[in-house]
Design a protein. Structure first.
Length: 105
């Protein structure tokens, strides 16, 4: 994938998280900041979902966004952040996922 900088305003992400996904404002701001600093391929996949509503087939350490959403009850924001964590700290992230600690409600 090409290097891309996520070109979505933090305020837009926060608004969607609060209005459509029930995040508290402060939590949404923190998550939005993290999304804006994810690895480029994760930012690119996030932008595809944001603008087109489609999840690409990006797979990191055996996980995709859709698998994380289905298998762990994550929303898209949490799933993209988890992919980023899997890329940065694969052993720790996979251990947490195998124990079920990373479920988002």
């Amino acid at each position: 994938m090409s290097e891309v900088k996520l070109n979505i305003a933090k305020d837009e992400i926060v608004k969607k998280m609060v209005t459509e996904y029930g995040y508290p404002e402060q939590g949404a701001e923190m998550v939005a900041e993290k999304l804006l600093s994810c690895a480029p391929e994760i930012q690119e996949a996030f932008a595809k979902w944001w603008y087109e509503g489609d999840f690409d087939n990006l797979k990191i350490e055996g996980y995709t966004v859709q698998e994380l959403m289905r298998g762990y009850g994550m929303n898209p924001f949490a799933a993209f952040l988890t992919l980023d964590w899997l890329k940065r700290e694969p052993a720790r992230a996979k251990a947490a996922l195998s124990k079920g600690y990373d479920k988002v409600r």
